[in-house]
Design a protein around this ligand. Sequence first.
Ligand code: AMP
Ligand code: MG
Length: 346
Amino acid sequence: MSTYVTAVLRTDEPPLMHEAVLEAVRLLKEGEVVALPTETVYGLAANALDANAVAKIFEAKERPTFDPLIVHLPHKQQLDLVADVPPEIAQTVKQLTERFWPGPLTLLLPKKPIVPDIVTAGLPTVAVRVSSNAVFKRVCSALDKPLAAPSANRFGSISPTSASAVMAELDGRIHLVLDAGASLYGLESTIIKVEPGSPKPLITIVRPGPLTPDDLKVYGKVKVATRTVVDEATEAPGQLASHYAPRTPLRLLSRPSDFIPEEGKRYALMSYRGEEKDGYLNLCEWEEVMMLSPGNGKLPEAAVRFFHILRRLDELGVDEIIAEPLHEHGMGIAMMDKLRRASRRP
Ligand code: AMP
Ligand code: MG
């Protein structure tokens, strides 16, 4: 494993943005990896058509090569370069990409030979999307190549939603991070599979994310796949049974009465909205309580803060993180899925 001095470049003013984009493009052209902001979480990007560059993503993340990567296109017109859209679903794919690209929707489609096997872990399908993040778009368009970019964290760990979180994960392992502030959604993209169906096409959500079943139901019959076993994981290996895990053990409660504190142990609470009437605040002397969406509780706000708060709670060094359950609708589906996986030990 090579070691680097990792630079973090700001992008919040036009001259800074210009320089940062140039530097990222220079490195990517040389076959290096660069951490880039996206609207979902920060990604670790490499030229998706260069197998050697992509191998560096796996090395920096210590990611097993059976876990495939998402390919991000500079614009939707490049879809035909990497994927063969079957005629039976072409109309639905067109509707979905017109509506949601650029944005947090990833489609699983049959891959074209130009995509190296290392990107798709040897699968016949490729996961594709177009990011709406302004910095990502500039880098990807200037390079004019698809970018493979999984989340910029060590394998199995908490996804980064800020440049400082990327540094906590990958400092010294990569050349460069572009800093564009907090991620807009804070959750990884929704991954779907589209199949022909009657009377409507079938849309299977293989990884829940910012786009919810409600957002997709106009385009087909939506089903959420609930996969938890490791050997079923090839459908979307972000769906490994244990994933998104803090180092501190995490326990997800179903109701307040599930939790009886043990003498002498230190606990921190991940609360949804921090309301006493929900019944969790008084369960013990919490070392720390952090709220995902204080007050009324709004799921999109909770999503933005979700990985950041999980990371902060993990840094406390308590014996256990206790998580309140969230409403399992809208973006709550993705967060509950992640909490379940985070609560399993590898
Ligand atoms: P990450 O951004 O780290 O969550 O990684 C991307 C995720 O996309 C993988 O873990 C898989 O869940 C999913 N993925 C990528 N390519 C494929 C594919 N060909 N088939 C199924 N899932 C995929
Ligand atoms: Mg990931």
